[in-house]
Design a protein around this ligand. Structure first.
Ligand SMILES: Nc1nc2c(c(=O)[nH]1)N[C@H]1C(S)=C(S)[C@@H](COP(=O)(O)O)O[C@H]1N2
Ligand SMILES: [Mo]
Length: 205
């Protein structure tokens, strides 16, 4: 994230990081919210929704939409950087920190868990290091600027990882597979970087 603040209530607050520019190198700011989807836009019914956790965990487990809605709500103002060169600043997202979701679902990670593969209701996948998943600003989001997240932007649920390029923000996300070794996801196996830090311009592998 360039700038963010967890905000239990009240207006947005911004915390700047003096160690790096707000806008990562090679990016230009857009005020629109373009959509980038490799698959067909999908409509997911929350009454038939299950979020799954498996792989390097003590026991595979899952959560319904209703259970997810009981996890502590967090609002986060974050920037969004697409590897194709556009950045969107100060967007407000609502949902739950992944950390809080894992706790609520009683997911016990194995000590061998180092990476995670985010899976979607579609074939899309994306991999990230466990630290990025557990970061202070990594969320499962279902609201954008106070409104329910639309299906073209991944609603009802998408991953938000402000510290990495936005291709890591899996739309229609449906589960986390915990891994010992890093494995490329959809774009990573097509040449995108395994990590994807915008400030290091980790665009292509
Ligand atoms: N399921 C899925 N998630 C996805 C993608 C995709 O094609 N499919 N594209 C990624 C890319 S490259 C970007 S930049 C963002 C775009 O999100 P948006 O369409 O809401 O702007 O979603 C990411 N998540
Ligand atoms: Mo992207």
């Amino acid at each position: 994230m360039g700038v963010f603040q967890r905000r239990p209530s009240g207006g947005p607050e911004f915390v700047s990081r003096p160690d790096r520019p707000r806008v990562p190198p090679g990016q230009s700011v857009t005020t629109s919210f373009p959509t980038l989807t490799a698959e067909q836009v999908l409509s997911v019914d929350v009454n038939n929704f299950t979020f799954r956790f498996w792989g390097e965990v003590r026991e595979p487990t899952e959560m319904t939409w209703q259970q997810l809605m009981t996890v502590k709500h967090t609002i986060l103002t974050a920037d969004f950087h697409c590897v194709t060169g556009w950045s969107m600043l100060e967007t407000e997202w609502g949902g739950a920190l992944v950390r809080d979701v894992l706790e609520a679902a009683h997911v016990e990670l194995s000590t061998s868990a180092r990476f995670v593969m985010a899976h979607c209701t579609t074939e899309f996948t994306t991999n990230l290091p466990l630290e990025a998943l557990l970061a202070d600003d990594t969320m499962l989001v279902w609201e954008w600027n106070r409104l329910p997240l639309t299906s073209e932007h991944g609603g009802p649920l998408r991953l938000l990882v402000p510290s990495l390029y936005a291709w890591k923000d899996a739309k229609w996300v449906s589960g986390f597979e915990f891994l010992t070794e890093d494995r490329p996801g959809f774009w990573e196996s097509r040449g995108y970087h395994m990590h994807g830090d915008p400030w290091k311009e980790e665009r292509y592998g």
